[in-house]
Design a protein around this ligand. Structure first.
Ligand code: FA5
Length: 341
């Protein structure tokens, strides 16, 4: 073989080998390529080495030198490919993960659950259901009649201050009257009594909104449970018994309840209810005997029927039950917190 032909063959071999090693995408492909070029029996390098025998004797030193250079080039490219695959790791280490072992136990998908406040709502419904109260519902967007007027809250009362409420801008233009996010569930008392003749024995649970600054016990959106019982001969003793029974059922029998005189325009007399928490007391709701003006506003006869009503903060009850010391935890949506319930 002429020297020139031999040298050209070597060049092609080296170029092919470098390209093939660079293209090898995993250990298996690299091994196939390695055998093709540097295989001891039938690799292309071996064949070239044999081919050197047919080069003129005088040209052999040049051919030999060139062969060694090509061989080094091929070996360097092979080593580089090994290192690339080992360092990238992706393709070779991905292998075991791809193996499917049907005998291994499966991974249980993480299933969510109801939010603690929703769980509390369900439990409170259960407790009050056993005391004969059925559940009523009302809208979160309210008019002033249901949020204030029928509840005996006059237009100059500070609770009606726009700064104390979330009024809906432009509602007056589109609905002909101001609308607001309800600030209390007492609205549902009015809606139920407007629709139903006495006796009435309902609870209503849901969201209410106030522009309160968030702190450990306040949040601008929170939940209340409203209770209303109207019948003949209902007294304050009934109210206190129901609230005590309710608190003991939800919080356990070691909870203490105390009633403080208070004022609400829609109850007379009115009380604020506190629950014991360690050595402390924390307010959990307001209550009282339904004001005769409210009964009249819905067409009931205050000479015929009396009633009691209460409105309790659901977050505060849930906090006391589970030892949560900051109401803001409920609304951070941190699953590490939520998973504990
Ligand atoms: C009322 O909302 C009255 N409607 C309760 C009522 C109903 C009285 C029926 C008489 C008859 P008050 O504003 O006090 O009352 O709120 C009641 C409870 O809601 C509070 O005791 C507290 O537990 C909870 N609460 C009030 N504001 C917040 C707030 N920003 N964040 C969390 N809970 C609150």
């Amino acid at each position: 073989m002429a020297l020139a032909d031999f040298l050209q063959q070597l060049d092609e071999l080296a170029a092919d080998a470098v390209a093939a090693f660079e293209a090898a995408s995993d250990a298996e492909a690299l091994e196939v390529t390695r055998v093709e070029f540097v295989g001891a029996k039938s690799g292309r390098l071996k064949a070239a080495q044999k081919g050197m025998g047919s080069v003129d004797k005088a040209d052999r030193p040049v051919a030999g030198k060139q062969f060694n250079e090509a061989k080094t080039q091929v070996e360097v490219a092979l080593q580089a490919a090994h290192e690339r695959l080992a360092a990238g790791g992706a393709s070779s280490s991905a292998k075991p993960a791809e193996i499917f072992d049907p005998t291994l136990p499966g991974k249980r998908p993480r299933v969510g659950h109801l939010h603690p406040i929703t769980q509390t709502i369900e439990e409170l419904k259960d407790i009050m259901g056993r005391l004969g109260f059925s559940v009523a519902d009302g809208p979160e967007i309210e008019d002033e009649r249901h949020n204030f007027e029928a509840l005996n809250i006059p237009s100059d009362h500070p609770a009606r201050d726009p700064l104390e409420n979330f009024y809906i801008a432009a509602a007056e233009r589109s609905h002909g009257k101001p609308l607001l996010l309800r600030s209390q569930t007492s609205t549902v008392q009015i809606r139920v009594m407007e629709q139903t003749p006495p006796p009435v024995r309902i609870i209503s649970l849901g969201r209410v909104y106030r522009p309160d600054t968030a702190d450990a016990t306040h949040y601008p959106m929170f939940h209340q449970i409203e209770g209303l019982l109207v019948d003949q001969h209902v007294t304050m003793a009934d109210l206190k018994s129901v609230l005590r029974l309710f608190a003991a059922s939800y919080l356990g029998h070691n909870v203490h309840i105390r009633f403080r005189p208070s004022f609400f325009p829609f109850t007379e007399p009115s009380v604020e209810a506190d629950m014991s928490w360690g050595d402390d007391w924390i307010e959990f709701g307001g209550a009282g005997m339904v004001d005769p003006n409210v009964l009249r506003a819905v067409g009931y006869d205050p000479e015929e029927v009396t009633g009691f009503a209460f409105g309790l903060g659901i977050e505060r009850l849930c906090m006391r039950r589970h030892g949560v010391t900051d109401i803001r935890e409920f609304y951070k949506n941190d699953v590490r917190f939520l998973h504990q319930f």
